[in-house]
Design a protein around this ligand. Structure first.
Ligand SMILES: [Zn+2]
Length: 558
């Protein structure tokens, strides 16, 4: 090596190390942020997130029940905070509130469901033990007397060259079907092990209704549903909430049946259930009309009510891009008060999801105070009725403050436990969007390892509010911490998570307690701020990767 080249190399090296030093000095993240935005992000304070959580989870908020006083109080409080920050209202008629009309449906005691074979004895089904069913048509009474057709998985997915219906007319019929999707390890076929929306019960009901069926009977098998009959039974007893009818087709009986009932049904049709299940795994599967009718008298108690999504906006700074937006979401509702319960009957929902609301509030505060405004507008929404089946976010997706095609990205927060300094982040679903390189780079800036979805086959992606936005085409995912925290190993993090799931999750004991370490919530807020700012400033809107199941909805919304 000659002297001159060595000198050049030394100069280059010092330049490189200077760049690295600069990067390291901003190692808390936000390397991609302009200085004004970086300064705003640094103002996110764990104490603020703690105090907001403490208030929202207070007994006085009565568990923030949907359609209850406590839930309405929480919505008013959040709207007031948005107003105090100087954000503009983006709800109905110049207010921060978007009214979400809903009905509560309780199956009546004189509901009667039976299976009637062409020859042989009628089988009367016992509610909760044998089946659960809701009348989605929101009528106090419906009658069904219709032939049953077995449609396998009940999936029509042209992108995977899969069609269980094969053009068979199922209008007026009751469809017997399997949950989940054809098993596969091939990532190109129903994304391999990971569950797609086609595998979810919601899709099965919707598709059956679109096909003109009057009822759907989902066969429950614990391994295929990824939860036991008890979960089906508990989440399908008593009153259930729905958005009021919006013209989309509905089923008179949206039902699950116990595996034993399915066996009997198959046997009295002269078929073998195991073989039927196996046959459904073939692309050549065709619907099988069974020599069996469903006879049902459905009665329901209908209770109309409403609740609100809260929506605020920080207008964008760029003349050409301010009509587009980036959205932050977190549900504020929880289970309210259960008067029939003895002892503590307030479901405070401190972790679930006062924490997420508090994080979005703190992000909103620093955006509003930021000297540097993002190019696109930033929407902040605290949604209702998540615990009732993602209803508030579903309504928001169907009635977005600007058209769905103009919303570049939704970042959602749900249930962020204060556990100290996180060394991981979970962003499941981000890898399906064109924004993923930015997510990876930002995670690296924050020195977060990206923790993959531990159980993609369970379909968690479809069980949180971001999914409501994804299904109208908006690239969307939730941000949460992983299980590795500074000073602890992963086993510790997992133990914290399990302790919460076993003892506090969806129980009155999910309460605020002083002395928790809110570093993690502030870190997740900063990370989400950095991501949102970058999405709001980059030239291109975010999209789904080619071939993704939500790409079609995205293209249709543009
Ligand atoms: Zn939640």
């Amino acid at each position: 090596m000659n002297g001159r080249r060595a000198l050049v190399l030394a100069a280059v090296l010092s330049l490189v190390s200077a760049v690295f030093a600069q990067k390291a000095s901003k190692s808390r993240g936000g390397t991609h942020l302009p200085p004004g935005a970086f300064a705003a992000m640094e103002k996110i304070r764990p104490e603020n997130i703690e105090q907001q959580t403490r208030f929202l989870a207070h007994d006085l908020l009565e568990g923030r029940g949907t359609g209850q006083r406590g839930g309405d109080l929480a919505a008013e409080y959040i709207a007031t905070q948005f107003a105090l920050y100087g954000l503009k209202p983006a709800g109905d008629g110049g207010t921060y509130m978007q009214k979400v009309p809903m009905v509560g449906i309780t199956p009546g005691p004189d509901t009667h469901v039976s299976l009637v074979p062409a020859n042989g004895q009628t089988l009367d089904l016992k509610p909760l033990d044998d089946y659960v069913a809701y009348d989605q048509t929101q009528q106090p009474e419906s009658n069904i007397d219709a032939p049953i057709v077995y449609v396998g998985y009940g999936i029509e997915a042209p992108e995977y060259n899969w069609d269980d219906y094969k053009g068979v007319d199922v209008k007026g019929k009751v469809l017997l079907m399997l949950v989940n999707e054809p098993p596969s390890d091939d990532p190109k076929f129903f994304t391999g092990k990971a569950l797609t929306y086609y595998g979810r019960w919601m899709y099965k009901y919707e598709q059956a209704a679109r096909k003109g069926a009057v009822g759907a009977l989902l066969i429950h098998r614990t391994d295929m549903a990824s939860y036991g009959w008890d979960v089906v039974r508990n989440s399908n007893s008593g009153e259930k909430s729905y958005l009021t009818l919006d013209g989309s087709p509905k089923l008179k009986a949206a039902a699950w049946i116990h595996l034993d009932v399915a066996r009997k049904l198959a046997a009295s049709s002269g078929l073998d259930l195991e073989k039927m299940m196996k046959d459904a795994q073939s692309r050549e599967f065709k619907p099988i009309p069974l020599p069996m009718r469903l006879s049902a008298h459905m009665t329901s108690k209908i209770r109309p009510f409403s609740s609100n999504n809260v929506i605020a906006v920080l207008p964008g700074a760029d003349r050409n891009l301010k009509d587009e937006g980036v959205l932050y979401t977190a549900h504020y509702d929880h289970f309210g008060i259960r008067p029939e319960m003895s002892g503590d009957n307030i479901f405070n929902g401190a972790m679930d999801n006062a924490t997420g609301c508090a994080i979005v509030l703190e992000i909103a505060r620093v955006y509003a105070e930021s000297a540097q405004k993002p190019r696109r507008s930033i929407y902040f929404s605290s949604v209702t009725a998540e615990e009732q089946g993602l209803l508030g976010s579903e309504y928001l997706g169907k009635h977005p403050p600007i058209s769905a095609g103009k919303i570049s990205l939704d970042l959602n927060y749900d249930d962020i436990m204060p556990l100290g300094a996180p060394e991981q982040v979970e962003v499941s679903g981000a890898e399906r969007t064109t924004f993923y390189p930015a997510v990876q780079a930002t995670a690296a800036d924050f020195r977060f390892a990206i923790r993959p979805d531990a159980r993609p086959e369970a379909g968690h992606y479809y069980r949180s509010d971001h999914f409501s936005l994804a299904r109208v085409g908006i690239p969307a995912f939730s941000i949460s911490e992983g299980i590795k925290f500074k000073g602890h190993d992963e086993a510790w993090g997992l133990a914290q998570l399990n302790d919460y799931t076993d003892h506090r999750y969806h129980q009155p004991s999910d309460e605020y307690k002083p002395g928790m370490d809110w570093t993690s919530d502030a870190a997740m807020a900063r990370f989400g701020f950095a991501l949102g700012f970058e999405a709001a400033n980059q030239q291109q809107r975010v999209g789904w990767k080619k071939g993704d199941e939500f790409e079609k909805a995205r293209l249709a919304s543009e």
